[in-house]
Structure formats: C-alpha cells, structure tokens
Design a protein around this ligand. Sequence first.
Ligand SMILES: Nc1ncnc2c1ncn2[C@@H]1O[C@H](COP(=O)(O)OP(=O)(O)O)[C@@H](O)[C@H]1O
Ligand SMILES: [Mg+2]
Length: 505
Amino acid sequence: MRFFRLLRILSTVGRHGLDEFIVGRGTAPVRLAFRVAFFWADRSGPRGKRLRVAFQELGPVFVKFGQLLSIRPDLVPTDITDELSKLQDEVPPFPADQVVATLDRAYGKSCTEVFRTLDLVPVASASVAQVHFAVLPDGREVAVKILRPGIVTTIDKDTSLLYAVAGLIERLHPLSDLLRAREVVSEFDKIIHDELDLLREASSMSTVRRNFEASAILYVPEVHFDWCTREAMVMERIDAIPVNDLEQIRAHGIDIAQLGRNGVEIFFTQVFRDGFFHADMHPGNIFVARDGRYCGVDYGIMGSLPEVDKNCLALIFIAFFKRDYKAVAVAHIDAGWVPPDTGVEEFEGAIRSVCEPIFDKPLKDIYFGKLLIRLFEVGRRFRMDIQPQLVLLQKTLLQVEGLGRHLDPNLDLRRAAQPILERWMNEQVGPRGLWNQLRREAPMWSKTLPQVPRLVHKILSDDAPGRIERAILRLEATQRRQTRILAAIAIVLGAMVAGFLLFRP
Ligand SMILES: Nc1ncnc2c1ncn2[C@@H]1O[C@H](COP(=O)(O)OP(=O)(O)O)[C@@H](O)[C@H]1O
Ligand SMILES: [Mg+2]
C-alpha cells in the first residue's frame, strides 16, 4: 500500500515538473531521471502554482500540510506561500450509511436511540470531519461533528511519508539547517493529530465557553459531553449569520465597525488573559448572532502560551505599538528567545530596519501579523528559536486582522489592542499581580530555596566558560523575584499586625 502511495507521489512530482525542487548533493541523476521519464510534463507555469496543484491532487494531508507551509514565510519563499495559501480544504461528503455506521460504532448502540431525528444531508464537509444537524430526544437542536471514516489511517500513512521526505531533504538539501524539515513535519503531525480527536476538540470548546461565560461579545455553543467521543461530538446548534455575509449583518442593525474591534478584543483576551486561543479563525468558523455577539465554532486547532511567553509577548506588542525597538529587542533577550549574548544595539537596528518602513505606511496598509513575521525573520538571523505556538499566534493574528479589515477597512488594531494589553500588564505588575504570583509560586519556592547554596556551589565548582555569568544572571533574576515575594509577605504580615492592633476586641 505504502509503496503504491509513494509511486503516486513520485508520479505527481513528475507530472507537474516538480523535480526542480530536488536539489542538493548527488541529486542531479534523480532530476535527470525525472526529466526523461516525464519529458512531456508541462513545466511552463510558475513553480508555486504547480506545487499547489500537486498538493491538491495528493489529498487532504498534503492540502493541510501546504496550508501550514503557507504561513511560514520565514522558511518558504513568498511566491510559493502566496500560492499555497489558496489551498482549499474541500472534499465531497462521505455517504449517509457511513455517517450512521460511524455514529452507531461510537455510541455502541443505534444512533436512532440517541437522536430523535438526524439530518443525513451534511451542513459542511471537510477533509477531516463533516457536520450534520440533529435533534435530541428532549427536543434540543444540535450539530453533530463526525470524523471521516478511515481518516486516521490515511493521515498516519501520509505523515510517515512526509517524515521520510523530510529526512531526505535534511540529508541532501544545501540549506537543510535553515529548513528544519523534520521539525516542520512534526509540528504538522501534532496539529493534525489533535484535530483527529473530537473529544479533545469538545474539551477545548467547553474551556473557551467557560472563559467567555459572561462575555457580551462572544458566544460559544454548549458541548453535550454525554454524546462526545473521539469520533463524534455533539454541541448546541447555533443559528447565526456567517461573518462574511455583511448584507445580512447590516440588515440586523449590527454595528459592523464595532464588530471588527470586538474580534481584536476577543483574540487578545484569549491570548493574554487566558493563554488559550482559537487558532483557526478563518471566516468559515465565525458567525454573528442576531444580538451582535460573535459565535465561534471549530476548536480543533488551539494555541496555548505559558506565562513567561505571554509576558514577553505583551511587552513586545506594547513596545511595538510605541515603536520602541530597543524595548522589543530587550524583551526578546530577557525572555530567552534569543541567546543572552545577543548585542542589543545590533538587534535593535535590525528590527528597526524592517519595522520602520512598514510603520510609515498609512494605517490601513499596516498588518501587524505581517510585521510579526518580519520580526521572526530578523529573530531567526539572531538565532531565535521560534516556537510552534508563536507561529500559530502569528497566523491567527493575520486572520483576525484580515477579518477586522474585511468588516472595517479603517480598523486600527493598535487602538483596539493597546487598552487590553495595558490592562493586562497592570494586573501582572500591580499589587494584584504580585499576590497572584505569590500564590502561584510560594509552594515551589519553599521547595527550591533550601537547595540554592548547593546549586551555587555546584555551579562555581564547575568552571565551564560563561556558566558563572549565566548563573549570576539567573540568580539575580531569582533574587528580584524573592524580594518581591518577601515584600508581599511583609505587607500581608504588616496588615495582619495592624489589623490585630487596631481592631483588638
Ligand atoms: N454548533 C454549530 N451550529 C451550527 N452550525 C455548525 C455548528 N458547528 C459547525 N457548524 C457548521 O459546520 C461547518 C463546519 O464545522 P467545523 O467545526 O468548522 O468543521 P471543520 O473542522 O471541518 O471546518 C461550520 O462552518 C458551520 O457551518
Ligand atoms: Mg471549520
């Protein structure tokens, strides 16, 4: 089976004249073989387009992989990313009998017992899943998302082929260090495998629902966990307007410019307040309820950011908005995103030279998502290790901006985002932030503090160059935190003593 799949891939490469992508040591004979075997191939179109058509022909895994590459202009030339971003994830629906069979298997009983009615005509059908409307026995209207039969095996097979190709690229390609092919495939592998588990998606959806329980701007459908398995999920059916249908939105008297700003607010709130964001915000997943709230579906791809990255990112955004490139550079170094020996001035200069020309454009032409890509490109030159989560974030920011601009061409992302960021920063560094941090970290410190002398001794006796400096830097950072924690303890104790003295019965 795998052999035939490989043959099919090779013939697709040949037919579209993609042998020009096979470069590196000892590959000339391979190219020649392709040229001879596929002498009739049409090599006239642009290479990006030929690659896109080939991905499309090779099916869902390649389509999704191409989509992932399309958001990596730091790795792939822009003529190719432009083409790959046109890849559409559209496939014919799978037949009704397979819908029923999958549901019966998932629930261990006939799905006629689970649903009062099930509409066998799908609402939507994509490469991984398909959605049907249904009604529960108690009359509630639901949407049922069902995994495509056999998709797990298909994806497993194709990803293992992708790994093999990536391995070859790493061995042969002259720029293999920069391309990091296997790493890109493994990121893809993780994303696509997450999408294959609908129970996980249901949990993500319900988490975001909880995070936005009281929100006046986002509504997340309720998950009916009793009928959720890895292969099928059941959720409240929403009756809302697709976000692209501006005419209908307008007809309901909804303020469209406000909607644009709300989108930015939702994104920044998910990223900074919750550290858990919907990372697939294309228009097909976004609806607008008649009361003007957003309704978001499809929580298959989520991004999450740890506390340190959130801090650093917030600092970078704020500095960015103020065009303070030095602060941008310092935040990268402080977060450990670039090596500690990076020259601040040099890094600052490089950031300035990519950002300043963009900032000089009229507001409507500034895309912060694109700026972030440029920033990553600069970072890469300074040996920045770009985490997959940051790539997801940057991609989503581009989607959110695209959506915002679609709703309101004059959308000012800076104005919409800055108050959220500043509020969040204040909560982090103000007294409340201190208290939160103390509560979070106290148990850890009580465990690690006694070890400090031993660690210092170990580091000092280990005289590798640079280690002592780094250790001192780390210790200094630790000290600063400890001082803050001690200050907080002192304040709390002081307040208790004062309370005791003043209000003593
Ligand atoms: N809860 C829901 N209520 C109403 N329609 C839904 C619901 N969930 C999904 N849909 C419809 O099904 C489509 C596909 O669902 P989605 O979760 O985005 O699947 P995919 O992962 O295949 O993109 C959506 O664009 C929407 O039209
Ligand atoms: Mg979708």
